[in-house]
Design a protein around this ligand. Sequence first.
Ligand SMILES: [Mg+2]
Length: 255
Amino acid sequence: MTNQPNGQISLSDSDNDRLIVWFDIDNTLYSASSNISHAMGTRIHAYFVNLGLSHEEASELHLKYYTQYGLALRGLTRHHDVDPLDFDRKCDGSLPLEDMISYDPELRKLFEDIDRSKVWIWGLTNAYRLHAERVLRILKLDDLFDGLVYCDYNVKDFVCKPEQEYYAMALRQANVKDVSKCYFVDDNRKNVDAARALGWHHCVHFCEKGLEAMEGGKIKAIDDAREPGAPDNDVVDVSTLHDLRKVWPEIFKTL
Ligand SMILES: [Mg+2]
């Protein structure tokens, strides 16, 4: 294992027999009941309106870009010459996260119980690095992550989940050659299905049925319903990360 100039840790070939668990961050490491997705959605809407769009046009385009690209900002950089770092400052960067989520000792214990002698823990987020690191710091999980794959807003036409190239980038960054070693949990079923279709073996959908979250500027009830024609894969739904102990017992320390 070596430290890279960008602060990421990369695995040497001898480390490659380790398993790797990829955690999505937003609405996965904390509950959708925090309403962070609503606060993000409101800020993104305001950003569209500030580009000179009416509220109606803003809502329409926000949803369109989210659906088409997996992330509203991907459409904004592609079609409106928006500076992603300005967007990040005004949207994610202005969220009062410290008032919305807090340290959960049981969640930290869950991470501490993962057997680090055979498992790497990485973040896999569609946010920019600053937001992801801030969330991990508030939750007091930052020291338990070996690396973080994020949307690099400094790269023109940066990639995001569920694009195949994003997962390929993640494997390159973590130096993972064997996707059968990959474990992945995300609250967005499309992101999970995309990983599963690429052969990531152990995929879990974090699904807080009955709560609401904002996606593409629209409030949606969280459910485990599938899109028509969605592949019948063996993705497991969990409503709490603590269920990972049952679904993936092999990644935890044995007492
Ligand atoms: Mg998420």
